[in-house]
Design a binder for this molecule. Sequence first.
Ligand code: GDP
Length: 312
Amino acid sequence: MNLFQKFRDGLRKTSAKLADDIKRIVTRAPQLDEEALEELEAALIASDLGVDTATKITEQTRAAAKQSGQVDVFAIARAEIEQELAVGGSDIPVATAPRPVVILLVGVNGTGKTTSTGKLAHWLKGQGHSVLLAACDTFRAAAIEQLKIWGDRVGCEVIAGQYGADAAALAFDAASAAMKRNVDYLLIDTAGRLHTKRNLMDEMKKMHRSLAKVLPAAPHEVLLVLDGTTGANALNQAREFHAALGVTGLIVTKLDGTAKGGIVVAIARDLKLPVKFVGLGEQADDLQPFDPRQFSAALFGDTTQGPSRASG
Ligand code: GDP
């Protein structure tokens, strides 16, 4: 299955709802009168694209309808979404000497952080890279176990400590081990909530400092994992984490389970952060590198688009 088919299948719930709504509106009022345009705007907002984006698409549709009778709402929406999502590069840094590239995965519990860490390791290995995993979510015994299971599944060593161990010290050990073993990437799963009164953001900053002692440029990426089914909540979390930690990119998960996949657009637009990967299911290869063109084509049902970047 190529990347475009993956996007299309993963986003089926959102795109089917949008396509139904748009077709219903256009069929009933082909001239796209004011009432139809209002309905269109409401349908776009309901997919969580964000009010600004929904308004822009509606405005462009209104202008096009005035000029000619035949308006392709899907094409207008595709072009607008693609443009809004083209914020910065969605590539992750290439491993060059001195290795490793250190990637922190952050986010609140339940968003799919540990799962995404395992899937990202699988993806990187598929690209021919060596990967070491670090279980620095030491406040949840289950998270440590879960990462070990992912390590076995995708064939990566996992550096783990005891439940409750000092996460920053463990990150230091993992970075040292990754350097010694000359691996390309070190992926660090972090806590989403602490069981003590210590502040999560302080803990994360401490981890930054201890990584920088081993590798001055580390972490090279701070990827915030957001649950795509949580709508405005995901947007609020993103603002908070970005302000405290300087997030470099986003992973939006569970897009396969929602008809509100438009949230990806609202978040990228609001935070001006690139979406690097999206989670489109629970299997190891269901984390896919993000591609604005294919995403917008999948969302607004253009089956003629082929892959424009890495094939899946
Ligand atoms: P964490 O607490 O943030 O580390 O979250 P987990 O990695 O434990 O994931 C929480 C749940 O979400 C698990 O049941 C995962 O299988 C599920 N999950 C994660 N990503 C996706 C996704 O892209 N699609 C679907 N359908 N489920 C996902």
